[in-house]
Ligand binder design. Structure first.
Ligand code: GN1
Ligand code: MG
Length: 377
């Protein structure tokens, strides 16, 4: 099923048929698009009468995730681990609400997925009475987003990294993205577009930054751990009543990595008040007071598992992951928009400019950010 090419009523029927193949626990009363993912297709499934949001149905992008069954195996390993840990030590949550989205099984064979032709589908529990933000509202939100990531990391800090498969080779390995960028540039005539020239110069000036985290990993200074992989602001669910973080969603990149990828990704998305989709890239900046609030929340739960070397590399990670995402968007623009979903030609170029502007703002405020990190050690 290629739903973008189907008329809308046929598309709706096809979605309904896929959703019905999962044991969702009630009659389906509605399905609608959910969120703004750049890679997978995501839908909210409502059940019953009156309709209540119950499941998140997702078509995993198999161009990106070549072994989606392994993505689901990681998710099940992760969920089982957290459930066990919370059963054994409920005090870990200090009375706070915390949820791990449940994984629904296929009616036919009990597997946590359904193949429908070339499409791979899964259904996860919807986190009720919660919302996610596209952009930060205030520093209280930043604190909770940091707390959410810290709690997520803490609950898997004793999950052996070997129990997770590497489902997306090269993900957040910045030198790999630079190689891809060089390859794409090597395949085309030099651009005369001044916007592109600006971006190319920006990358050139930062080549020495690219390998730093991977070098620290190779030298054994930083070690691999289970990570979320994509803890951007809108993947942290906040409780509707108290704005407290209650869950991290979008679990397709739970896999081995450095917690620095997560810390950098969370900060680059949450401390950019204009958000990564702004058209006003020149006005983009990194807000150090939001960073302080976020790291305060993160540090309040993460001190039990972070090492001294981990702290040493946080500032670098914030800069690197912002730069890396800009490089990924730029490469995709130059390569013809084959990875990230776009709404128009030039969308990925604009996204790259936003991330590069953010990187520059981080560089200009490095001393202040260092002081913030020093305060949580
Ligand atoms: C992609 O699809 P989405 O929005 O969950 C990407 C992330 C990027 C993000 C930028 C598997 O995530 O790495 O940070 O876009 N996910 C993958 O918005 O590449
Ligand atoms: Mg994602």
């Amino acid at each position: 099923m290629s739903d973008s090419t189907l008329p809308s009523d046929e598309h709706a029927r096809a979605l309904q048929a896929v959703a019905e193949r999962f044991d969702l626990g009630g009659p389906i009363s509605g399905i609608e698009p959910l969120g703004h993912g750049n890679v997978n297709d995501t839908y909210l499934v409502r059940l019953g009468d009156p309709p209540r949001p119950a499941a998140v149905l997702q078509r995993v992008n198999t161009q990106v995730f070549a072994s989606p069954e392994l993505v689901m195996a990681n998710l099940v390993t992760f969920s089982d681990h957290v459930a066990r840990r919370l059963r054994e030590a409920p005090s870990e949550l200090a009375g706070r609400r915390w949820e791990v989205p449940r994984v629904f099984q296929a009616r036919a064979d009990g597997r946590p997925w359904v193949w429908e032709g070339p499409s791979f589908w899964r259904a996860l529990g919807y986190v009720e009475r919660a919302q996610s933000l596209e952009r930060i509202g205030h520093s209280g939100h930043a604190h909770e987003i940091g707390f959410g990531l810290g709690m997520f990391h803490r609950l898997i800090s004793d999950l052996p990294v070997e129990s997770l498969a590497d489902t997306l080779e090269g993900f957040h390995i910045t030198p790999t993205y630079l190689n891809q960028f060089d390859q794409v540039c090597g395949q085309q005539e030099p651009s005369r577009d001044p916007e592109i020239s600006d971006c190319l110069a920006f990358v050139e000036q930062r080549r020495s930054l690219v390998p730093v985290l991977e070098q620290a990993k190779a030298a054994g200074i930083l070690r691999q751990r289970p990570i979320h992989g994509d803890p951007k602001i809108n993947n942290v669910m906040l409780d509707l009543e108290g704005d407290q973080a209650v869950a991290l969603v979008d679990l397709d990149t739970v896999k081995p990595g450095l917690v620095h990828y997560d810390i950098g990704d969370c900060l680059r998305s949450a401390c950019n008040p204009l958000g990564e989709e702004t058209a006003d890239w020149r006005a983009v900046h990194f807000d150090v007071s939001l960073c302080e609030a976020l790291l305060g929340g993160y540090g309040s739960v993460a001190s039990s598992f972070l090492t001294s070397a981990d702290y040493d590399h946080i500032v670098l990670a914030i800069r690197l992951i912002s730069f890396e995402l800009g490089l990924r968007f730029l490469t995709d623009h130059l390569g013809g928009d084959v990875y990230f979903k776009t709404r128009y030609r030039g969308h990925n170029l604009l996204r790259a400019r936003v991330q590069f502007q953010l990187t520059e703002s981080i560089e200009q405020q490095q001393t202040a950010i260092e002081a913030v990190v020093a305060a949580i050690r």
